[in-house]
Design a protein. Sequence first.
Lengths: 290, 271
Amino acid sequence: MQWVNDIIQGILTGGLYALFACGLSLMFGVMKVVNLAHGDLAVVAGYIAVGVIAVTHIPVLWSFVIVVPIMAVLGYVLQRTLIQAALNRGVLITLMVTFGLSVVIENGLLQFFTANSRGLGVNNAFITSSFSIGSQITIPYLLLLIFGVAVVVLLGLQYFLSRSKYGRLIRAVADDKEAAQLCGVDYRHVFGIAAAIAFSTVALAGIAYGMYSQLAPTTGTDTILLFAFAAVVIGGLGSLCGTLLGGVILGVAQLIGAQINTSDEVLAGYIVFLAVLLIRPQGLTARRAR
Amino acid sequence: MNTLPTNGERPADGTPLLDVSELTVHHGQLRALDRVSLQVFPGEVYAIIGANGAGKSTLLRTIAGLHRPTEGAIWFDGQDVTRVRPERRAARGIAMVPEGRRLFESLTVEENLQVGATYARKGPWTIERVYEMFGWMAERRSQRAAQLSGGEQQAVAIGRALVANPRMLLLDELSLGLAPVVVQRIYGMLPQILATGLTVLLVEQDVSQALRVASHLQCLLEGRTTLEGRPSDVTAEQVEAAYFGLARAGHEVQRESDSLCSGSTTSSRGS
């Protein structure tokens, strides 16, 4: 029964990892930008939530109503300025620019908020409580909520991309931005929209992690970015359902690793990640590149 | 280049729809176009011919806004569009079928057309009308563009440009990589397209095909204009000379070999 509990916990934690990975996958799929500042931006979103809650006394679970729009605007602006300028100079430059952004954010956070970690809604009854099924299975409400949010966000995004007018433009621009220009599409604006969507999911990821664990200035690179990469690679680039699957597999692998030996938790996740890279480098769901 | 055989009697009613003057474009150090001028009047089919690397595609891409000229100006419909971004030019009525089709490969046929129609101007062309023109297309609308044959992709690319309801259609090497039969069929659609009041500027490597459909033509060689006129007014020899550069090469040979042998080569270009 202990194993069943672990696997359930793993699946639910996988929802959080999928939420981490969603924005990274979208930015790469559309703009071909590997955003190395991805994790740090999630942490920024978490700190914004801390600030917003302190100022407005909004309930922690509703903080996203304010934080998501802020991050969406930040995403659009960053894409239209810094990232677009980097893209104009070549795809590799975007790696350097987002790495630089990551360093700046991390040190900025250290400077202004110190290295102390902080949580979101530490004393909130809902966040800290859980329910039991039988005597062995214990499910935290928060983890179930995060998983639900991840599923809704990823499936919703997939639906938006495949059905809506803007989703169609985003896919067209991802295929061939010059041909899109000839159709009257300003690809820089479409990139901005895609970045705004990606940053919105980053905001959710940051808030979710702040409630699930603790946020510190270095959390972005040492946890969120790495887990996001692992989930994206396992699931396969460019497929949002794959991202969800990748997150779940990573979560389950970690929990099983922890069951064998507590210190093996993170290692187990990366062993699966490496195995997928070796056996199926295109990921579990993606078709092989032509 | 001022001794070109120009043709004064255009079927024009005054102002050209597209007026390109003294256009020079560089690709890095390479001068791809050297002071090329052309005027396209409403309702015309203007063909640019020339060998590989003559600068034909560069000319079309610059008119569409994908390259920035180093010198010269592009006027469309009485307005200077030289510095206008490509998507804004599309909105003003310039649509291009790019070389190699360039469909959105992960999108379906219908989605490709829908993207073309997103920022469409008002006009006669709709997705339904494109389906009427290409009979096979409607029933394959939900297939991915990448699964179509070359000729089918070309038809979708033309449809994608048409649904924007442009005033001018730029066609870049429609025949490239297609079987002659397919090329015939696609050019056979041109009268239907022209009947809706479009003006066409096309680039074609296949000279006989271009001569068949064009009402006016210009030949480029190494980025320069070597011939301009109506197909009925130029001879096959003139076209050949302009296409392969025999006239110019002839001049140079003549100049260098003046002392060796007299009158060895004469310019075969008409005057």
